[in-house]
Write a protein that binds this ligand. Structure first.
Ligand code: RIB
Ligand code: CA
Length: 310
């Protein structure tokens, strides 16, 4: 079984990504770190517990992480995921017991990597604060972790917070700079990859029309966001950034088009959160940027997740 550590700011798409991973037959989530992002950390930690409860998952250690970015204060931005991070429906799912382990998330990631040298995959679904702290705590992390699968960035200026910045990078640009400047093996699933793999609205509705407990949960938490994506922002289909990153981690052989580069991050001024692809002979092009993922595999993974009875 492939060991995976997930760092997340559970919001709606993070929740779907976790549900996908929990269904994967060949991997085991050895830890989940919570990070402030889509909603405050306390809500993130409650939401992780709700997702694990809805999925009927076996106990997984969950670790509290950063309550704010490395520099400055919590980002203020348009509430996309609802005040509770789950589309306003978190209160329908109670407060399941959380298996909160005492270690801070960054240290838990370091311990997990030291315990599984060269075999651990990390899925980063929120601002990279915990990941950056882990890099600072364990300089050998790039060798210990097999690959970091990161949802973040926009390399062709298709930002979703500013014209040039995607939320996970923008929310903690200093952390993103530390992580992306490292020599770690990184696979980056960007916002433009997300837009290239939206789920057409009729398909999305059909996926959630089933009677499974999971389909009901996903429909309940995502219906308002889906309506905004369709009418307010005019997307051709449901954007699912974190689930796409999870799909790439689960089946990397499904990547149909990608390129290698380094990525520079701007941390200052109007262009804060800007991510720029760079090719340089002074350092390895360590970042695989995913452009195309097999749509059949992608849709089948989601369908399998939503039809699962927990
Ligand atoms: O820009 C998309 C990312 O920001 C996703 O991870 C979403 O959950 C939000 O955190
Ligand atoms: Ca997220």
């Amino acid at each position: 079984m492939r060991p995976v550590f997930v760092d997340t700011d559970v919001g709606i798409d993070d929740a779907i990504a976790l549900l996908m991973l929990l269904r994967a037959p060949d991997l085991t989530i050895i830890g989940i770190g919570g990070v402030d992002g889509n909603c405050p950390l306390d809500a993130v930690m409650r939401n992780i517990a709700i997702v694990l409860d809805v999925a009927g998952a076996a106990p997984i250690p969950v670790y509290r992480g950063a309550t704010r970015p490395l520099m400055g204060t919590r980002p203020t931005f348009d509430i996309v995921h609802g005040d509770d991070g789950l589309g306003g429906v978190a209160h329908h799912f109670g407060s399941p017991p959380a298996n909160h382990a005492p270690l801070p998330a960054a240290m838990a990631l370091v311990e997990a990597a030291r315990a599984t040298p060269g075999t651990l995959d990390v899925l980063a679904l929120g601002p990279l604060t915990n990941i950056a702290l882990a890099f600072l705590l364990e300089p050998d992390l790039p060798r210990l972790v097999r690959r970091f699968f990161i949802m973040g960035g926009t390399l062709t200026a298709q930002g979703n917070v500013t014209p040039v910045a995607e939320f996970n990078i923008w929310a903690d640009a200093e952390a993103a700079k530390i992580v992306l400047k490292s020599d770690a093996n990184i696979t980056l699933i960007t916002w433009e990859a997300t837009l290239a793999h939206t789920i057409p609205w009729p398909t999305w509705q059909a996926m959630l029309a089933g009677q499974s407990h999971i389909a009901h949960f996903v429909h309940a938490m995502s219906s308002d966001l889906a309506a905004r994506c369709r009418t307010e922002w005019g997307y051709a289909g449901m954007p699912l950034p974190d689930p796409l990153a999870a799909a790439v981690l689960m089946q990397p052989e499904g990547v149909r088009q990608a390129y290698q580069c380094r990525v520079a991050v701007e941390t200052q001024g109007l262009a804060r959160g800007l991510t720029v692809p760079q090719t340089t002979h002074q350092a390895p092009a360590n970042i695989q940027v995913v452009e195309q993922f097999d749509p059949t595999i992608w849709h089948r993974m989601l369908q399998r997740t939503f039809t699962h009875e927990s």
